[in-house]
Design a binder for this molecule. Sequence first.
Ligand SMILES: [Zn+2]
Length: 92
Amino acid sequence: MRPRHIPIRTCAGCREVRPKREMVRVVRDFSGTVAIDQTGKINGRGTYLCPKTECWEQALQTGSLARALKISIAPADRAGLDRAWEQLASTV
Ligand SMILES: [Zn+2]
């Protein structure tokens, strides 16, 4: 039998490739708000990260998250996202 196709994505932080369902989607919605999409269903431009704080920080520091989402993340938004990410990373 042919193996089922598993969607894979590249982490915007460490650039590792993993199955999509093991990753966290970060999305920019139509209003330009960046959100961590735990349902995978938010419409907008998204990118994927491993559920690890180091990948999150790497993606922010290298600017690859901003590039992938075609947005610059304001420091005020960054604080809220950091908190949301910490909660998420501590549950995995
Ligand atoms: Zn990663």
